[in-house]
Design a protein around this ligand. Structure first.
Ligand SMILES: C[S@@+](CC[C@H](N)C(=O)[O-])C[C@H]1O[C@@H](n2cnc3c(N)ncnc32)[C@H](O)[C@@H]1O
Length: 325
């Protein structure tokens, strides 16, 4: 490799050709690659600085804003930036947002005011800079359209989303009891090649995006169902049941009813750290027994630390039907 690509400039398409910026003339013959060198081509600069943190510090300091008054981290969902502003920075929150938005190349900057709320997991944000909170977030080749002000998206759960698609075997029937905008349903349907994924979603706003996202990702095997999964989830059909909600423990009966004979349940909960994983394992084993199922295998993991002393934990439980006497 000659490391010739100039990473400060953008690669662009021109008709059927692709213009790749280089820092010097290649020493090898380009003809076998059906390529040629063109000189003095004006290619656009890549957007965004190479060291955004340094640029943020410099811009904040030029505006007379101490860096402790500004966020140290941010979350990027599509082209919307989500920040938390320390209380000292509140009076100049809009100016801070403008600096973050321009340096980090966002369209809109919103302030996360108080986290995610209620069973429908609704965010509480206000726009500080820019226009529009509807965006398309691309992750692992999947496109998630959503409104950052109305629907949650936890970028920290990316490992979960990608991992699950790889574990569900091709041809499986999947019931997602809390589909949201398709956090798990979409990767399973698109990358995992499940035969059918039933995605149940209670919140009409999330449901609208779930439907839009099936279209956006051209999936034909994801069937969105609007309503409370307790009432609308199909029964006796699933090889896999996905429960991506912290209230999942209240819906274990729905999950077992959705299975057809043996199957796998992916379960999430919030758990006091010192009780992990024993309490979760006991809960799942008891629910299985109550539905005449045996637990064949159970894999537990901590997804992330949620609050002091509380972990977001997950389990993958494989069950088979007991022979009733
Ligand atoms: C927390 S979100 C999923 C988050 C996701 N696991 C992630 O990685 O970011 C859970 C979704 O379940 C929906 N929901 C809550 N209760 C429900 C129910 N009883 N039936 C169907 N959907 C429900 C909420 O509206 C929300 O969209």
């Amino acid at each position: 490799m000659e490391h010739l690509v100039d990473r400060t400039l953008k690669t662009v398409k021109r008709g059927d050709a692709v213009l790749i910026p280089v820092t010097a003339q290649p020493r090898f013959d380009l003809t076998p690659f059906r390529a040629r060198l063109e000189e003095h081509v004006d290619l656009p600069h890549r957007f965004g600085p190479r060291d955004p943190r340094r640029e943020l510090r410099e811009r904040l300091s030029a505006a007379g804003i101490p860096s402790e008054h500004a966020p140290r981290r941010w979350e990027r969902i599509g082209d919307v930036l989500v920040i938390r502003v320390p209380s000292e920075g509140q009076p100049r929150a809009r100016q801070i947002a403008q600096i973050f938005g321009t340096v980090l190349g966002a369209r809109t900057v919103v302030q996360d005011l108080s986290g995610i709320h209620g069973p429908m997991r609704v965010p509480d944000v206000r726009v500080l800079w820019g226009h529009g909170t509807e965006t398309v977030h691309v992750e692992g080749g999947i496109r998630y359209a959503l409104d950052v002000a109305r629907v949650m998206f936890s970028s920290g759960n990316v490992g979960e989303r990608i991992g699950i698609a790889e574990r569900v075997r091709p041809g499986a029937v999947v019931v997602d009891l809390f589909a949201g905008i398709g956090y798990f349903s979409l990767p399973i349907a698109v990358r995992g090649r499940a035969e059918t994924v039933y995605g149940c979603e209670l919140n009409p706003v999330s449901f609208r995006y779930l439907v839009e996202n099936t279209r956006l990702n051209r999936t034909t095997n994801l069937l969105p169902i609007l309503g409370d999964s307790r009432k609308v989830a199909p029964r006796g059909v699933a090889d896999w049941v996905i429960m991506g909600h912290f209230d999942a423990r209240d819906y274990l009966d729905v999950a077992f009813d959705a299975l057809r004979g043996q199957g796998t349940i992916v379960y999430h909960e919030l758990c006091p750290k010192e009780q992990y994983p024993d309490a979760m394992i006991r809960r799942l084993a008891a629910a299985a027994r109550a539905h005449w199922m045996n637990v064949q295998a159970i894999h537990t993991r901590i997804v992330k630390s949620y609050a002091p002393g509380i972990v977001h934990s997950a389990a993958q439980v494989e069950v088979t039907r007991q022979n009733r006497p």
